[in-house]
Write a protein that binds this ligand. Structure first.
Ligand code: TRP
Ligand code: SF4
Length: 335
């Protein structure tokens, strides 16, 4: 039985809505969330305001991307009865807390944020005419508001998000010191498979076009797997391969670990060729994802099902956020 004490602990995490999720999103975060929901009171948030910090020119796709992402969340096992699944922009209290917390951190501290520096480099933001927006600089302050408004203790995230958790902790400490103990100091919790390889061996990422999506059909998975990189030194069928240099072997380890030793043996002794190995791992992935695909199909068949989940989640999130904000306003002697 789950001890009551852990269920008292609160988790909040979120993702920007980018549409359908891929195996990298699954192993990097979602799978972990599904496991954690048994032991914690969980809030899972669609961070749609956070999309605007970099992508304010492309707003029409946000509703579809939100819907597709939540469909994947639930298909993968997030349970809307157990966890609170909601949309950031529906809970306006986040914006109020964001404004208040913005007073508690210096611009110099935000400019030192390594995740921001990486984005500036990757997106070439400083080369554009306009440079970085005020909202983009404040990205971690909004994230702090997301976390603190639910008084979360634990925030499961990828490595790139740890600097934002550190900023959240600093803001929470400063608030507590100035106005009284309102917020727990949250801990980041890293996921195991932070970097999952895509079909070209680089990190699996939508922008790199090297993904297998959770909703891909078995046929699509096979077509994509055919293009995957393998051990570059294995040129001919009779050459032995090196599974440790082959991303297909990583897929075996993840999606059918019991067969992995057999594949290792067959590869290193050239008993199996890459064409067959890929075909079989494609099947293993398709089998692994079959229950997700079925769940998705059932959900898609029910009109309004996603809207209902979000509506119910919003109500639960709002109740908690309103309560925190009442206390925050009292403590700060403001509005
Ligand atoms: N910044 C996170 C990301 O890009 C998304 C996010 C927004 C988030 N608010 C959050 C994650 C609060 C954890 C907690 O993935
Ligand atoms: Fe990779 Fe399989 Fe080919 Fe070995 S046989 S190199 S594991 S694809």
């Amino acid at each position: 039985m789950t001890p009551v004490t852990t269920k008292q602990q609160i988790i909040l995490s979120g993702n920007r809505p980018t549409g359908r999720l891929h195996l990298g999103n699954y192993t990097g975060a979602l799978e972990n969330w599904v496991a954690l929901q048994q032991d914690y009171r969980c809030y899972f948030m669609v961070a749609d305001w956070h999309v605007l910090t970099t992508d304010y020119e492309h707003t029409p796709q946000i509703p579809d991307n939100t819907r597709e992402m939540v469909l994947d969340w639930i298909s993968a096992g997030l349970d809307p009865e157990t966890s609170t699944i909601f949309v950031q922009s529906h809970i306006k209290e986040h914006a109020e807390l964001y404004l208040l917390l913005a007073m508690l951190i210096s611009t110099a501290r935000l400019e030192r944020n390594p995740t921001l520096k990486e984005q500036v480099r990757d997106l070439k933001i400083d080369e554009g005419e306009e440079g970085m927006s005020y909202g983009h600089l404040g990205y971690p302050v909004l994230q702090a508001a997301d976390i603190l408004i639910y008084r979360a203790h634990v925030v499961p995230v990828g490595e790139d998000q740890l600097p934002h958790i550190e900023i959240t902790r600093e803001i929470a400490r400063k608030f507590n010191r100035l106005y009284g103990e309102v917020f727990p100091i949250p801990d980041g919790k890293l996921t195991k498979f932070a970097r999952f390889p895509g079909l070209d061996g680089r990190r699996m990422s939508k922008s790199l076009g090297n993904t297998i999506e959770l909703a891909d059909s078995p046929e699509t998975i096979q077509t994509k797997i055919k293009t995957a990189f393998t051990d570059p030194q294995r040129k001919r069928r009779q050459d032995p391969g090196r599974p440790e240099y082959c991303l297909i072997y990583t897929y075996w380890q993840k999606f059918q670990p019991l067969t992995a030793p057999e594949i290792y043996e067959a590869c290193t002794t050239a008993k199996i060729g890459c064409v067959e190995c890929k075909q079989r791992v494609g099947q293993a992935i398709a089998d692994y994802l079959a229950p997700l695909r079925e769940k998705r199909k059932a959900l898609e068949a029910k009109p309004g099902a996603m809207e209902e989940v979000i509506h119910a989640g919003d109500a639960k999130a709002r109740a908690a956020a309103v309560e925190t904000m009442t206390e925050v306003r009292e403590r700060m002697h403001i509005g």
